[in-house]
Design a protein around this ligand. Structure first.
Ligand SMILES: [Mg+2]
Length: 277
């Protein structure tokens, strides 16, 4: 028996355990860092655990996201960011390499499409791709609708009905998509959370097995549903848009519910520590 028993013991693990972490409502709210987030991410980096920030916001590039996080006090690299814009662009590149797209969206989406060999055009596109942003005009919506009616395929980066902002909610990608769907009678294919396309792509890029993947999020319809469908451990944090009372409305549940990321231990979740006897 050692004279001194530490609180926990580091146990080496053969296969890595990793994390997919939503940002808004988990790591920050607006421009406010959520207490405990910095410590959790530092632990992931120190323990060399694979992780992605997994976001349904297609507006920002990976670099934009890194900058936003850095200003909030979290220092990560571009390789730690996985956006629905990236997932959408990679998906389209695999479906139709070198295709064309009419885009309603901003830098993050345009960049991702270019990086994946797509041309952004304003007539006769293979795809109409919808992201979010504040640059959308009624005229762009008209054009998108006519293109879809002429045979362009309708792709949504995500179907989130709203986006949180400092001043309250604004219409999200899902609201724009609904307008086009209603006008055309065509259904969009959505790539962002909870779509298996994005959830699986992120896990595979981290080199993880499904049973060693933990999804941490604040939204039942995206983060938790995606995690449940893909067989990941799904952890709901109550620091964002969901309260404990809301859970009764859902036919699925997360594996774990905590008030915030401050209540989570990266080492424990990754199976690296156990209580000393
Ligand atoms: Mg969120």
């Amino acid at each position: 028996m050692p004279a001194y028993a530490p609180d926990s013991v580091i146990i080496p693990s053969s296969a890595p355990h990793g994390f997919l972490i939503d940002m808004d409502g988990v790591v920050y709210r607006g421009n406010q860092l959520i207490p405990g987030a910095e410590r959790f991410i530092t632990d992931l980096l120190d323990l060399d655990l694979p992780f992605f920030f997994l976001t349904n916001n297609s507006q920002r590039t990976r670099r934009d996201v890194v900058t936003k996080l850095h200003r909030l006090g979290i220092t990560v690299e571009e390789k730690h960011i996985f956006t629905c814009a990236m997932a959408t662009a990679r998906f389209l590149a695999s479906q139709k390499p070198g295709g064309t797209a009419f885009v309603i969206g901003e830098g993050g989406l345009l960049n991702a499409l270019h990086e994946n060999g797509y041309s952004v055009v304003d007539h006769d596109p293979d795809y109409v791709v919808i992201g979010e942003g504040r640059a959308v005009t009624y005229e762009m919506m008209e054009r998108a609708i006519r293109m879809v009616l002429s045979g362009a395929k309708l792709i949504a980066t995500n179907l989130d009905p709203t986006c949180p902002t400092q001043d309250g909610l604004r219409p999200g990608c899902g609201a724009l998509v609904a307008m086009i769907e209603t006008a055309t009678g065509r259904k969009a294919f959505s790539v962002g959370k909870p779509s298996a396309v994005m959830m699986r792509a992120a896990r595979k890029e981290l080199g993880l097995d499904a049973i060693r993947t933990t999804m941490i999020g604040d939204t039942m319809e995206t983060d938790i549903l995606g995690g449940v469908q893909l067989g990941y451990r799904a952890i709901l944090v109550l620091s964002g848009g969901t309260s404990r009372e809301d859970l009764a409305a859902f036919a699925y549940r997360p594996d774990m519910i905590v008030d915030s990321i401050a209540d989570l231990s990266a080492a424990e979740l990754a199976g690296l520590t156990r209580s000393a006897p």
